[in-house]
Ligand binder design. Structure first.
Ligand code: FAD
Length: 317
């Protein structure tokens, strides 16, 4: 079933979870250990992130290092198929432009379609570690909107090859990312909003937001979207802060603000166990309000951690 069908079929707010594929060399059990206990809450769908190639320096002789490209977390497509097979629920793979040619994207979509995975979240991806700004592959996409267009073309039977313009129609529902506090590269919110609208006009069916810690940001974002003619469901994405260092790393990595009240509470914590308590309580309060204002779904960034996530959803769903 498509994500928006799940949202329509549920009168109440539902919970969905985002997980990471295992690190290369680890088995799939770690993913099941996270998902097994969450099944009690009947999540309608599970998102699986995509991780592009990255590089590390490997010592080949004492003092001599080679730059080696590796994908630390491969397996997004496989994990999605495994989730659908094992739990009989929908999986939403994240597909990115970074590191993909259009042809590789087409082939990945064909694999997904054969596996019965009919939902995708279409993203651009961040710049690679050694790039100052995002660089598309040669014959790849520069923006998520171009990926949305490619998927939409396939849904209309148009593949890349000239001779395949009236071919088998895939049936993907497409989600895209939205940023209540603006994407870090966008010069201003209005421009970011304009490009978000382009993604919807190109065929995206719903939006999942970047994490935020102040619900006012989500409410303002939804109001701006509606004022700009964006009328698709907007799923809020949230996560609890669980470690003290995250009050510095999260703003840096995700370009989001953390409210001062939360910062003060975290700064007063003696250790990370106390931070987890504070972060979890904050996330529960955020969720309660999002449910109250009728958010269609609350999307939790689990980061592969289950204990505090269970505490949060047990209180709410
Ligand atoms: P875009 O929509 O392409 O926007 C990128 C920037 O370009 C924005 O500043 C936008 O305003 C601007 N822009 C858009 N279109 C145009 C245009 N036509 N002309 C000029 N400027 C334009 N990353 C991963 O690598 N893997 C994941 O699994 C992953 N999952 C994510 C899930 C969610 C819910 C979110 C919110 C983010 C996720 N990301 C993931 C991170 C995401 O890839 C980055 O935030 C990335 O920098 C932007 O992706 P986007 O799809 O929003 O890009």
């Amino acid at each position: 079933m498509k994500v928006t069908e799940h949202l329509k079929n549920n009168k109440n707010t539902v919970a969905s979870f985002e997980i990471l594929p295992p690190l290369k060399g680890k088995g799939v059990k770690g993913v099941y250990d996270v998902l097994d206990p969450l099944m009690e809450f009947k999540p309608p769908f599970i998102n699986v992130t995509y991780h592009r190639y990255d590089y590390v320096f490997k010592e080949v002789q004492p003092g001599i290092y080679n730059k080696v490209y590796i994908r630390k977390r491969p397996g997004t497509v496989g994990i999605c198929a495994a989730i659908q097979f094992k739990y009989k629920i929908d999986a939403v793979p994240h597909l990115i432009c970074g590191g993909f040619t259009k042809d590789a994207t087409e082939d990945a979509l064909i694999d997904l379609y054969y596996l019965g995975v009919n939902n995708i979240l279409a993203l651009r991806g961040d710049p690679a570690k050694d790039e100052k700004s995002f660089k598309p592959e040669v014959n790849g996409h520069a923006y998520a909107v171009d990926l949305v267009k490619q998927v939409n073309n396939m849904n209309n039977g148009k593949y890349l090859a000239k001779e395949l313009q009236n071919s088998f129609k895939t049936d993907f529902e497409i989600g895209v990312a939205g940023y209540p506090e603006k994407h870090f590269e966008a010069p201003n919110m209005a421009t970011d909003m304009r490009y978000l609208k382009e993604k919807i006009d190109a065929g995206a069916d719903y939006i999942v937001t970047q994490m935020f810690f102040d619900n006012e940001k989500y409410k303002n974002f939804v109001a701006k979207c509606r004022a700009n003619g964006i009328d698709v469901p907007i799923i809020p994405g949230i996560k609890p802060i669980t470690k003290k260092y995250q009050i510095k790393s999260i703003p840096r990595m995700f370009s989001v603000d953390i409210p001062d009240d939360l910062i003060k509470e975290i700064e007063a914590c003696k250790d990370d166990a106390a931070v987890r308590e504070v972060g979890t309580a904050w996330c529960i309060e955020q969720s309660k309000e999002l449910i109250k204002i009728g958010a269609p779904c609350v999307h939790y960034y689990t980061m592969g951690k289950i204990d505090y996530m269970l505490k949060i959803v047990r209180e709410l769903f």
